[in-house]
Design a protein around this ligand. Structure first.
Ligand code: ASP
Ligand code: MG
Length: 412
């Protein structure tokens, strides 16, 4: 079997952990597998390097930043190869530019266009374990590029797709994907399986287990991903095609997510005439601000209120843009509220079950929680509520949709 394994930053945070990784790799090697091992930088290293550049100048040159931050993964890949060799197993590290993981030239967020197979295949043929630093690639001109934060996941999935691996495992510090954040709800349960689409929703709503782009990649090339812990044994979670989730396991809702990273802005008394929403949202997109939820009130007396949410990091900027625009179009007031939380339920079952939204709203109502804005997709419903009710809402929804872990844990 050809196996691609990826180990995250906490799994390689020091040489002791790297030794632990080497032992896991060797287990597979012993049973006869060919292995490509992708590693992240040691936990905290990428941040440290970014801070270094930031301490020189607020806007460091992007090409050079990629040269800098790609070194974190170069260190761990060499250390893992050294460790494997010292333990008697032949290994070789190959940088993105040596494999030739070819990307476009958008430094800091490059996309993989092609992976050359020859070098890796020839090293595997010689019986070597191939170690590849995650997160990095090379553009057509030979410049080093990086794939965006968390990009080692994408390196692993892309290698698995490009080399038609039989198995792709992502090892991290949690033992799988959970129905919700176990820190918020102690009844959170590990999911055996989750579909790509649900995982994408969960990831974009803040579940940090996998980089969003790696899931998009996995979906596009149909690479099943096993998410597992490098520290404890377990079955982990399989992220796969919807069809592979057996119907008996099908639950209506797979997870509840919670995010505190948004702010809500309301533009009051906007003249109710064509072009106003276009003006507001063009101004925001011109400033590169991504808007999430949008609500427009039924108009009274020829004016309407438009409310939207943005990432908290963009809130001040968005507010300022709205104030300027307000003057221009003669709007009276703009208000901002960042004391909010967004709770969402995610599940494929929503497509075929009626009454999911009403159930969610009733559960919140029973807890006395007011809903300030709502947004839905085919497989997700999100509600904006007061921040202080966030955790309560997660727990209540988790229970109401039957996600709570059984008190007596079944051994499987
Ligand atoms: N080291 C990079 C980061 O922290 C890539 C990764 O770990 O996946 O974002
Ligand atoms: Mg990661």
């Amino acid at each position: 079997m050809l196996v691609v394994q990826k180990y995250g930053g906490t799994s390689v945070k020091d040489t002791e952990r790297i030794r632990n990784v080497a032992q896991k790799v060797i287990e597979y090697k012993k049973r006869g597998d060919d292995l490509i091992v992708v590693v992240s930088a040691m936990a905290g290293e990428t941040d440290r390097l970014l801070n270094l550049a930031g301490s020189v100048t607020p806007f460091p040159d992007e090409r050079e930043v990629d040269v800098l931050i790609s070194t974190g993964e170069q260190v761990t890949s060499a250390l893992l190869a050294i460790t494997l060799k010292s333990m008697g197993y032949d290994a070789i590290s190959l940088l993105g530019s040596q494999v030739r993981i070819i990307t476009d030239s958008s430094f800091g967020k490059a996309r993989i266009n092609e992976i050359e197979r020859e070098r890796i295949l020839s090293e595997l043929k010689k019986g070597k374990i191939v170690v590849v630093p995650g997160f990095q690639g090379v553009d057509e001109e030979g410049n080093i590029t990086t794939l965006g934060r968390g990009g080692s996941d994408t390196t692993a999935v892309a290698l698995a797709a490009g080399l038609k691996a039989d198995l792709c495992e992502i090892y991290t510090d949690v033992d799988g994907v959970y129905t919700t954040d176990p820190n918020i709800c102690e009844k959170a349960r590990r999911l055996d399986r989750i579909s790509y689409d649900e995982m994408l929703e969960m990831a974009s709503l803040g579940a940090k287990v996998l980089q969003i782009r790696s899931v998009e990649f996995a979906k596009k090339y149909n690479v099943p991903i096993y998410v597992k812990s490098s520290l404890v044994e377990g079955k982990g979670t399989l992220v796969c095609k919807e069809e592979e989730i057996m119907s008996m396991e099908k639950v209506v809702i797979s997870g509840v997510t919670y995010s505190k990273n948004e702010a809500k802005i309301t533009v009051n008394n906007v003249p109710d005439r064509p072009g106003m929403a276009a003006k507001i949202f063009t101004a925001l997109s011109d400033a590169n601000i991504v808007v999430d939820i949008i609500v427009q009130n039924v108009s009274h007396a020829n004016t309407t209120d438009i409310t939207f949410t943005v990432a908290k990091a963009d809130a001040k900027k968005a507010y300022k843009i709205m104030e300027d625009l307000a003057k221009e179009i003669g709007v009276k007031d703009v208000t901002m509220d960042d004391d909010i939380a967004k709770v969402s339920i995610v599940g494929l079952g929503m497509i075929s079950h009626a009454g999911i939204a009403s159930k969610m709203f009733s559960v919140l109502a029973e807890e006395g929680i007011n809903i300030e804005a709502i947004t839905t997709s085919e497989i997700k419903i999100s509600c904006v509520i007061k921040r202080k009710y966030g955790e309560l809402a997660v727990q209540a929804l988790h229970k109401a949709f039957g996600l709570d872990q059984e008190d007596v844990k079944e051994e499987t």
